[in-house]
Design a protein around this ligand. Structure first.
Ligand code: NAP
Length: 458
């Protein structure tokens, strides 16, 4: 067993990174030192930049991560970019093991004409914009349009449709980015079309998320009863699957309500696929095709076009058809899945099929962009268990004696003025303090310059 603590670098500081760090310090067999690196100044990844600002309860999980980060065996280094300030080669002499918790930083595209028009963007960009992600602060979505199409019926689609549908009164006491709150104040959006390519029984959203649309202050859910009719396969799904059954029940209740009298409408459409986005430089409409469900050999229900088309007048299209991983410099990449190839978290060399010694992966970079935040706990624990199994076999002589000091030198040499956890906590306190007079959980700083200026009182 080691004569010194095992040094582990975690790349990324989102939920999966924190669950991995927590699992590492919880066990007592191996003494560990864990350093988390994130390219953003703030920790917590999608908890800060993905979870909707009006879903504060989900964000309370950050308190657990804070506890982990406050453990003396764990350090956080914000504003450190993997591939720029640190690389797999310069980390190797400093760490025994590296865990990639890099998530899924891109999104899937629709592959239809007009997708690149102004006003057509991914829901993930829109989410990052309203959540104050520094890379998206200048997205400036045009909210002077009356119609918006949201493609996809997962929970991300629910988030963006709900944020667009809510009144300012419903948003003003959240931690939505100030620039988004300002822009939404002047929003002219009236009709939001949420487009599901398959039927209501196949929708990916969960019950609480679809239920929220029935209780909005200034928007009505609109559902066509004809689009809720179930084919025999879907009827069986609904019988056997509680979530699908309740989704359909909620949608049926919306269909019975009719149009309602609120100013905004959220139209949930099913069995329709976008086939073309129209516009002269800028989105002005979307052509959708009616689908029918066709069962494949393995029982999956596929959407197949019927040749019947419809036009929707929209000025913005948000595609919400799933996140996608991006290649991590120096690591293998599974293009099809958008993940780092791995066996239960041990990174694999795709040429040999063998594990790459000392390299591990957790979260969406491991399994793809599925599951809720809590899903990452079990997932990270599985990886950590394998990592700990490997400890006796790693070549420990390779790690330099003064690794901590060497890391400081490395970051300094790369002109990287990193953010420590103590420094982040000061920024955090300032954000919370700014929020108090407005009854908001916090008022977010958008970038590191703003954070440091506020912290130094300038
Ligand atoms: P998702 O749940 O996988 O939903 C993606 C949606 O896009 C599905 O409805 C899918 O339909 C549709 N789609 C895919 N390709 C399409 C295409 N070419 N044309 C039309 N539709 C297409 O993904 P997500 O919404 O991005 O969410 C990612 C994960 O984060 C999920 O696990 C989600 O539950 C989680 N999340 C949770 C919350 C929460 O708990 N409140 C909030 C946000 C996200 P098919 O089924 O037909 O493929």
């Amino acid at each position: 067993m080691p004569d010194r603590a095992v040094r582990i670098a975690i790349i990324g500081a989102g939920p999966s990174a924190f669950y991995a760090a927590a699992a590492l310090i919880k066990q007592e067999d191996v003494e560990v030192r864990v350093d988390l690196f994130d390219r953003l100044p703030a920790p917590y990844g999608l908890v800060r930049y993905g979870v909707a600002p009006d879903h504060q309860r989900i964000k309370s999980v950050a308190a657990l991560y804070e506890k982990t980060a406050s453990d003396p065996r764990v350090r956080f280094f914000g504003c450190v970019e993997f591939g720029k300030h640190i690389t797999i080669d310069n980390l190797r002499p400093l760490y025994d093991m590296v865990v990639f918790a890099t998530g899924a930083q891109s999104d899937r595209s629709l592959g239809i004409p007009g997708e690149d028009l102004n006003g057509s963007m991914s829901a993930t960009e829109f989410v990052a914009w309203y959540n104050g992600h520094p890379d998206y602060k200048d997205l400036n979505p045009d909210l002077s349009v009356e119609g918006v199409a949201v493609v996809g019926v997962g929970n991300v689609a629910m988030d963006v449709a709900r944020i667009l549908a809510k009144s300012i009164d419903e948003l003003k006491e959240t931690d939505i980015a100030d620039h988004a709150l300002e822009a939404l104040k002047d929003s002219k959006v009236k009709n939001i079309y949420v487009l599901g390519r398959r039927g209501p029984a196949q929708a990916k959203f969960t019950n609480p998320e679809i239920k929220e649309f029935g209780k909005l202050e200034t928007a009505d859910p609109v559902v066509l009863a004809s689009e809720l009719e179930l084919d025999p396969h879907s009827a069986t799904t609904v019988e056997q699957n509680r979530m699908a059954r309740q989704n359909v029940e909620i949608l049926r209740e919306y269909a019975e309500r009719g149009q309602g009298d609120k100013a905004r409408k959220v139209h949930f459409r099913f069995l329709v696929s976008p086939v073309e986005i129209h516009g002269d430089g800028k989105v002005s409409g979307i052509k959708i095709e009616r689908n029918k469900l066709v069962s494949t050999e393995d029982g999956y229900l596929n959407a197949e076009g019927t040749g019947e088309f419809e036009e929707l007048e929209v000025g913005m299209v948000l595609r919400s058809v799933g996140y996608k991983g991006v290649p991590v410099p120096g690591m293998p990449y599974d293009k099809r899945k958008g993940t780092i190839p791995n066996d239960h978290g041990r990174v694999l060399n795709p040429e040999t099929g063998n594990p790459i010694p000392g390299a591990y992966v957790v979260g969406w970079a491991k399994r793809g962009p599925t599951g809720v935040i809590g899903t990452n706990k079990k997932d990270a624990e599985e990886t950590v268990e394998l990592l700990l199994e490997d400890v006796p076999h790693i070549r420990r002589a390779g790690v330099e004696a003064k690794a901590e000091q060497k890391l400081e030198e490395l970051l300094e040499g790369a002109s990287c003025k990193y953010v420590s956890f103590d420094e982040w906590q000061k920024f955090n306190e300032l954000e919370v303090e700014r929020g108090k007079p407005q009854n908001r959980p916090r008022v977010k700083f958008i970038n590191i310059d703003e954070m440091r200026a506020a912290s130094s009182g300038s």
